[in-house]
Design a protein around this ligand. Sequence first.
Ligand SMILES: [Zn+2]
Length: 296
Amino acid sequence: MAKITLIKAPTDDDWMEVKRRALVTVGKKPVTMPDSEWKHKILEARHSPIRYLTYSFYLEGLPSWVSVHLARHIHAQPYIKSRRNDRQDDYDRNVARQDAPVSMIWDVNAEELQVIANKRLCGLAAPETRDVVKRICELAEKATPELKGLLVPMCEHCGGVCHEMNGCGRNKKKLRKPLTLDQLRDMDGKPDRKCGISEWVSVEGGNLPQKADNGQWDRYLVSVGLTLSYVYDDDIERQIVTSALYDHDQKIWHLDCDMDINALQEMDGSPLGSNFVTHWMPLPELPGKPVEGVRK
Ligand SMILES: [Zn+2]
């Protein structure tokens, strides 16, 4: 079994530099040390300043093929003992077994560490590699308790939905087919108006409007989450309500406040400054009788 040692972990000074990098983007300078809550939040958000945080692992007696798996994570830096025949006498590399032990040092930043955990803690990763990464994650979490809950397999990170092509078996596959209006009506239990929905429908789980007839566009009320600036406190900075023309074919919301939003884009993992339709509902009826000569 490979021996794994954490030889460098982020210091208080490193964390201060992370805060400095986060604040320079909004024209501010840090005054106090970041607290534990802030550390966890920025780690969870995976905002770029956390790339300043480096963990260095010394791995000894690692099967060579496991080192190949680790070296594929292109945002981490590996330094692996050479197997060249002109650099070592332990074996002939042409006939050496793939599990011949190697030593390596691996410099991993805090964002890549989470990505590595997502991929290599997954049930589909090679068990030997998974074991090495599991121990690496335990060492990192010991050094940085704020990582707790963040070094998890991909489907845990995605809220318990597995996006693997054939599923890893740990969580349900993503629900790709939007529910029909009939299904929504059943869920809603309050039939009303032409499409049976009179309350906000969350887009979670792919609940987008379905065509009522053959038309491409329908107008709805939508609630939109705006992420206007570089904030850490909440994913959505402001929530507004507006009307929008929905393009059923292209799955695009054309908001009446002159903004287009891709209905298929998900909030998790999207860049800052992105906006999202979080809920929709059919437009209410016109008040009373329409005025003579005014088109609906
Ligand atoms: Zn999975």
